[in-house]
Ligand binder design. Structure first.
Ligand code: ADP
Ligand code: MG
Length: 633
């Protein structure tokens, strides 16, 4: 038996005392917890003796939450109180529910639009509550295994999780009483597990097809660190969809049209899933499907039949593959390894299709179900301080561009997507109107040119800075994204130092679609968006000129203009207004130019008059300085 070390009272614990930390793969379908033991990461077995715990929670009548295999068993007999795939709803609002798998399988209370809840016999449960129950169970498995308290956990999230989804994951950990050392992207964790940081030259693709999400990432090793060059994926594609496709196949073979009863649906899905998993190792499988207690179907399904059923879904994973390669500006010859992650990559057709796509054998050495948890455990061990000389540093990227709304409803990108985090980026903005002393800041996320097409993250205000002419105020806006991918935005007026800051704790459910479709839209609408942006820019410019001329006419129109000139300028103003009511950017531009030409001599006379006024009794330098000040953009 090992000797226990005890330190002297009042002394710090011995420097080599271990601080226990775990890595958690909080999956849509399965969750795992792992820890580093004697230098290597091991996945911890749960109370059932399994290393993977189904991400399923059964809410019993008395309010207790049963997690894992026992809960899964309830799925058939009591489907409405047995919640699975809750991860799909993390950080999402009621508006995001429509048309999803979840909406078809559960009853929801959407009274709180920002956070819809599953209606169960134990009361309403949000996706955060469900995740907290899973994390709490894994925490118990871990504390029992290490025999003491945990410093904390590294929890993995899909690379495509946005701010709201990451925040929801942190909230679930807090509810479970589990300190979060860091959230890291699942493919990044997989790369750590493979020790890819030891390969100094490689560029690696991580293909992760789980139960409910698909992520594809390109990682590049750079002098012992690795950087995520690009990520893409589909937040609603995975092995669950294979199950649905198999249910369709079985239904058509059995001539079953009606699977409305939820219990029967669950039974069919369970049967389909067992069949699918068996077909990963066998060429054909005997099926005995108990349809609804009274009807049943027996038959043989071959791998070829299965492949036909899922072919379209597998193909669907290849377009994000194409996109990351384009984003990272790489071709297949640049890729040194393709890593397979996620239970669904055990399907031979998936492996073959991905091999063919990247034109090389894919890596499956580390169990694809466990590789993410293993990487998270290694990272947790480093963060807990057990490896002081470790130089492992993880660089992740932000999935969607972050920016601000500018005049005309345009989105100005400040941190472009796929920028590695943590990151701080500053940009200067100015005022639009003379005498403006406040600025409304609207933080948005997305790839589109118009704010209306982006996701709104937060609004705040910077006020109380000195009144200056339009364009003279300098406001520095700073975007900081921390290592967890959470955003802080601050704005400071440089003359007065007035400061306003906001932590973007995005309200849940502001999303009006998933990231995948936002990215797709940004490509589909690129040309149209650019046209709209140019038009909006012309509009903003025209309005600025109109306001300036109106102000000049109001101040000096009487003194410096005869009736004919005044009428001509009014005519030009009318033409600009008319052009503004249309959609033709070029027409607006030429009307504005005509107005500027038509009013040039008036503007010049005003200028001369004010110079004369200024000159009276003043030194020339002072006049020049004054003029420069008034000419600032
Ligand atoms: P997640 O990351 O979403 O929790 P996992 O990586 O655990 O998911 O993968 C779960 C998916 O993998 C499920 O759809 C499951 O049916 C599927 N799966 C697990 N084992 C196999 C197998 N042997 N063959 C095919 N699919 C499998
Ligand atoms: Mg996974």
């Amino acid at each position: 038996m090992a000797l226990l070390q005890i330190s002297e009272p009042g002394q710090a614990p011995a420097p080599h005392q271990r601080r226990d930390a775990v890595g958690i793969d909080l999956g849509t379908t399965n969750s795992l917890v792992a820890a580093v033991r004697s230098g290597s990461a091991v996945v911890l077995a749960n109370h059932d003796g399994d290393v993977s715990t189904p991400s399923v929670v059964y809410f019993a009548e008395d309010g207790t939450a049963i997690v894992g295999r026992e809960a899964e068993a309830q799925s058939v007999v009591d489907p409405m109180n047995t919640i699975r795939s809750a991860k799909r709803l993390m950080g999402k609002g009621s508006a995001d529910l429509a048309g999803t798998w979840l909406a078809g399988h559960y009853t929801f209370d959407t009274g709180d639009e920002a956070m819809p809840a599953f209606v169960t016999q134990a009361g309403n449960k949000s996706a955060i509550d469900v995740s907290a129950a899973i994390l709490s169970r894994l925490k118990t498995v871990a504390t029992e295994s290490v025999g003491g308290d945990l410093v904390g956990a590294v929890i993995t999230v899909p690379a495509y999780f946005d701010d709201a989804q990451r925040q929801a994951t942190k909230d679930a950990a807090t509810l479970a009483g589990l300190p979060v050392l860091r959230l890291i992207n699942e493919p990044t964790a997989a790369a750590v597990a493979y020790g890819l940081d030891r390969d100094e030259t490689g560029t690696v693709v991580v293909y992760d097809l789980g139960g409910g999400t698909f992520d594809i990432s390109v990682l590049k090793m750079q002098s012992g660190l690795f950087e995520v060059l690009a990520t893409a994926g589909d937040t609603a594609l995975g092995g669950d969809d294979f199950d649905e496709a198999v249910v369709e196949l079985l239904s058509s073979l059995a001539g079953v049209l009606d699977l409305e009863d939820r219990g029967a649906q669950r039974r069919a899905l369970k049967c389909a899933r067992d069949l699918k998993e068996a077909l990963s190792d066998q060429e054909s499988v005997e099926v005995d499907w108990d349809i609804d207690g009274s009807r049943s179907w027996q038959g043989t399904i071959s791998r070829a039949q299965f492949n036909t059923a899922i072919e379209g879904l597998v193909k669907k994973t290849l377009s994000p593959c194409r996109r990351v390669m384009r984003d990272a500006d790489l071709d297949n010859s640049d890729i040194s390894a393709v890593v397979m992650v996620g239970g669904a990559t055990r399907v031979p057709l998936v492996r073959d299709s991905v091999s063919e796509f990247f034109n090389q054998t894919v890596l499956t050495d580390i169990n694809p179900d466990q590789v993410v948890a293993v990487g998270a455990a290694i990272q947790a061990d480093v963060l807990a301080g057990n490896k002081p000389d470790s130089d492992l540093l993880l660089l992740d990227v932000i999935p969607l561009s972050l920016g601000l709304e500018t005049m005309g409803g345009l989105a100005e990108k400040i941190v472009p997507r796929n920028t590695t985090i943590p990151i701080a980026r500053a940009q200067e903005f100015t005022t639009y109107k003379d005498g403006q002393t406040a600025l409304a800041l609207h933080v948005v996320q997305g790839e589109r040119e118009l704010v209306d097409d982006c996701r709104s993250l937060a609004r705040f205000e910077l006020s109380g800075f000195p009144s200056r002419v339009a364009g003279a105020v300098r406001i520095q806006v700073l975007f900081q994204v921390d290592a967890d991918g959470l955003l802080t935005v601050s704005a400071m007026e440089k003359e007065s130092g007035v400061l306003a800051t906001i932590d973007v704790k995005p309200s849940y459910g502001l999303s009006d679609g998933d990231i995948e479709s936002m990215l797709k839209d940004s490509m589909d609408y690129a040309a149209e968006d650019m046209h709209k942006r140019l038009l909006q820019e012309q509009r903003v410019d025209a309005e600025r000129v109109l306001e300036a001329i109106a102000a000049a006419l109001a101040a000096d129109g009487e003194d410096h203009l005869d009736d004919g000139e005044r009428a001509a300028i009014d005519g030009h103003i009318e033409l600009v207004s008319q052009a503004l009511s249309g959609e033709d950017g070029d027409a607006i531009k030429s009307a504005v130019e005509a107005l500027e030409r038509g009013s040039a001599s008036f503007v010049e006379r005003r200028m001369n008059a004010s110079v004369k006024q200024l000159m009276a009794g003043q030194h020339v330098d002072a006049v020049v300085a004054k003029l420069e000040e008034s000419e600032e953009p």
